[in-house]
Ligand binder design. Sequence first.
Ligand code: SAM
Ligand code: SF4
Length: 437
Amino acid sequence: MNVYDSERMGDLAAGAGYGEAARAEDADLIVLNTCHIRERASEKIFSELGKLRALKEERARSGRRTTLVVAGCVAQAEGAEILRRQPAVDIVVGPQSYHRLPELLREARVRPGVVDTDFPPEDKFSYLPAAPPDAIRRRGVSAFVTVQEGCDKFCSFCVVPYTRGAEASRPLRAVLDEIAHLAQAGVREVTLIGQNVNAYHGTDGEGRRAGLAGLIRAAASVPGIARVRYTTSHPADMSDDLIEAHRDAPALAPYLHLPVQSGSDHVLRSMNRRHTAAGYLDIVARVRAARPDIALSSDFIVGYPGETGADFDETLALVRTVGFASAYAFKYSPRPGTPAADMPAQIDAATKERRLAALQALIEDQRQAFNRASVGRRLEVLFEKPGKREGQIAGRSPYMQAVFAEGPASLIGALEQVEIVAAEAHSLRGRVVAPAS
Ligand code: SAM
Ligand code: SF4
């Protein structure tokens, strides 16, 4: 979502007369779009700001002005505190008010140190300019489209409901117009994004409600769009019609990122996750019945307050039962203002570290096994960019695996049948079968 927001802020800056600079040293405007989800992400911002302050001073010595903006969820959570810790910052703007960036830039020119962390009544999306076609082409043939923001789930460990606000969906028409605009500039794949994307509930032109499945089907029918993905989903919102779409919407990629966080019901209850381990396995079984080859991915938190060795073993057991194509594991990071941060029985750093290593090793084994099983198969690859080596092109399989092949740059943007010949450390190597040109 931050990638998407950064692009939209880029579009706003372009409208205000800015072009893209190749290096920070050449930039008159620097926006740090920040993440508050874990402590380390948050703290990185302040060390980065220290470096940017030096850069700003250096540029000032040669008479160049630099405007420094902190956007995103750290901006939302810390507000004016950012100006106190780093006075070189000119603007602090939260994720719900960045559509005001052009006027904030004008204001900061007169009076640096502007803070806007409102949740304004207007819908920011209707104030965002459409991306210029050359910017869309530069960003590539696969694009993100935010369809839903915020979250009402209030998992005990998570800051999202506080930084991104209440759950809200964009109207179906607005999303489809944006996708059509992207497709006209060459986009072939869209990933519909939201903190809780399967809670999507837009309305169509006649005021009827449309869920994520309806939106996926409509997005797939936009001329030029060949593939649709969505992320991130919550198990409690995994509706029957969304599962059905995995059976019968051919453009919907067979890949599902469905965070479970833990395999222990005791931990899941304390996390306020609203699902059990068995409930999660039941969803996995239903999704696999609809689409047997689906690649599954998830998020896990280890060392959540009160997590015992037995709880953690249940997480490992769940991973073994499901068999993931990929997954992300994080050490629990206490976030100020969330209920879990004040819970007793916080887990020590060494235990968190040990559990993280064990879980990541298991996930890595499963990822490699999944990739090895692709060798010898033909997969449809959407080529997205030149590869690292001369004459190579790179893309993604339907299952989100990175695939490299020898081929002409003219295949970028094309969906091609690729025979997978080897599984390397982080990608697959393939051979394009009868390229179109
Ligand atoms: N909405 C998604 C869901 O329902 O799981 C995830 C959103 S969150 C931005 C992405 C992931 O960050 C979560 O799935 C969780 O695993 C992780 N996360 C969130 N808060 C965390 C915390 N306090 N410590 C460690 N990991 C955290
Ligand atoms: Fe955070 Fe996801 Fe839980 Fe919402 S559902 S509170 S975004 S982890």
